[in-house]
Ligand binder design. Structure first.
Ligand SMILES: NC(=O)C1=CN([C@@H]2O[C@H](COP(=O)(O)OP(=O)(O)OC[C@H]3O[C@@H](n4cnc5c(N)ncnc54)[C@H](OP(=O)(O)O)[C@@H]3O)[C@@H](O)[C@H]2O)C=CC1
Ligand SMILES: N[C@@H](CC=O)C(=O)O
Length: 417
């Protein structure tokens, strides 16, 4: 079908997001879909066979195509596609946060060298226009913090455990069936996906190029009924929260941690696959954006928005990234203290940690719970050993005392008896 704009798009991937984009383009025929590149020749498709190709070069070398959308689940192949498109000076839109966050310096350099364009709004918080907001609105204003719920699947699981009493396995299976989860769901529940997203946010919001090992990261995969009940008795909910924030020493602190949130936080009300991001700017003050963070049409909509913007000549300015001649201003560090809740079914494996304060409770043959205060950098150093104990680790706000947690745990036990 001839499009209104006369422009042609080549799409890589026809899964959850690719189909979402295709649906949106069918209802809004501004662009002609040249072809869709997929992998599996045996898969049943909802479109005729001639809509597809299995050879990426058939799209990449087609000079009649004006721009590409890269929406495949394989980050290595995605990098090859995006690299080739940018080296040819083309415009390409991607949703692949793992690939982009792990290769951002190269992708920025390729855009500069060959004058191509890469946009990736769909890679961060699905339908929420967070990158465009950071770029177009906060390109010059200093930000103090950007934080929130950046992974739809984890949030869906946590909501279902808390509100409907589903088992972890049931909730994860639902998140997968609905198309929210990554091909490897460890990326979601292990906090890696949120790490990729907060790294991209850090680049646009603070001009920081982040290495994964600089981020304090824990996921939700070891959460248990006991933890959910404890949160409920305390009047809170666990959410997987990612944050990038400038601390009192003008250092950037990055973390992805399950966090106990209460009704005084906007994040308490972010449910199911929704995401929510709070921005704290020096002059504008605070803002909160909430919307669907995963799913076919919400993500397809974000890709479509990028496609439309790219056709209108929009590019990221990366205004806050340090220029070659400037030294890197922002150091990533962790001198501050964190209060954490920790429960492990393998207490015998708990490493010796330099706790500043520590209260243990709920210790029996199967579990140990504790609330402790520790320096962020010490927790970062010991996190791999803690993870060996299958521990569930979460940040507790400082206004919750260890005594409150102990009392809540006793109440949970009484209710279970
Ligand atoms: N699902 C979501 O809500 C969101 C996903 N994303 C990101 O969007 C991207 C796509 O995710 P999603 O649609 O969920 O994934 P799906 O698993 O639903 O679909 C993946 C698609 O990629 C194709 N594909 C995989 N490997 C190759 C390859 N080597 N060559 C060509 N095609 C290939 C598959 O082909 P075939 O059909 O033949 O199997 C399939 O069509 C990922 O980067 C994901 O992280 C971003 C935001 C939200
Ligand atoms: N797996 C991701 C998909 C969107 O980015 C998520 O659950 O958020």
């Amino acid at each position: 079908m001839k499009s209104k704009s006369g422009k042609r798009i080549g799409i890589f991937g026809f899964g959850c997001v690719g189909q979402g984009l295709h649906d949106v383009l069918q209802e809004n025929p501004h662009l002609e879909v040249a072809k869709i590149c997929v992998k599996d020749r045996e898969k049943l498709r909802t479109l005729p066979t001639d809509a597809f190709t299995y050879d990426p070069q058939e799209l990449l070398q087609d000079t009649s195509i004006d721009l590409f959308a890269e929406l495949i689940s394989d980050p290595k192949e995605a990098l090859l596609i995006v690299r080739q498109a940018l080296e040819a000076g083309k415009t390409i839109v991607s949703a692949n946060k793992k690939m982009i966050s792990e290769n951002l310096p190269e992708l920025v350099a390729l855009q500069e060298e060959f004058c191509g364009t890469l946009l990736y709004e769909a890679a961060v918080c699905g339908s929420i226009p967070i990158l465009r907001t950071l770029e177009a609105y906060y390109g010059t204003e200093p930000l103090q913090e950007v934080s929130g719920i950046l992974n739809g699947s984890s949030n869906y699981i946590l909501t279902k455990l808390d509100a409907e009493g589903l088992s972890y396995e049931q909730a994860l299976a639902e998140a997968q069936a609905l198309g929210f989860a990554e091909a490897d769901p460890t990326l979601d529940v292990g906090g890696y996906d949120a790490l990729h997203k907060i790294s991209l946010i850090a680049a646009h919001a603070f001009g920081a190029l982040v290495k994964p090992e600089q981020v304090l990261r824990a996921g939700i995969q070891h959460i248990s009924k006991k933890d959910i009940n404890l949160a409920q008795v305390l009047g809170g909910r666990f959410r997987l929260v990612a944050s990038a924030k400038i601390n009192a020493h003008n250092r950037l602190e990055l973390q992805v941690l399950p966090t106990l949130v209460f009704p005084d936080s906007e994040l308490y009300y972010v449910e199911a696959e929704f995401n929510g991001v709070a921005l704290h700017a020096k002059y504008a003050g605070s803002q909160f954006l909430k919307g669907r963070g995963a799913g076919s049409h919400p993500t397809g909509s974000a890709v479509w928005a990028d496609v439309s913007a790219a056709l209108a000549g929009y590019k990221y300015s990366y205004a806050k990234l340090p220029k070659e001649e400037e030294p890197v201003q922002l150091k990533i560090e962790g001198e501050d203290e964190l209060q954490v809740y920790l429960r492990t079914p393998r207490p015998e494996l708990l490493p010796q940690l330099p706790w500043l304060q520590l209260t243990s409770f709920g210790v029996d043959s199967r579990n140990a719970q504790l609330v402790g205060t520790i320096l962020r950098k010490d927790l970062l150093a010991h996190l791999p050993a803690l993870k060996q104990t299958a521990a569930f680790i979460a940040q507790l706000p400082s206004y919750i005392s260890a005594n409150q947690a102990v009392n809540a745990s006793c109440q949970v036990l009484e209710e279970l008896v």
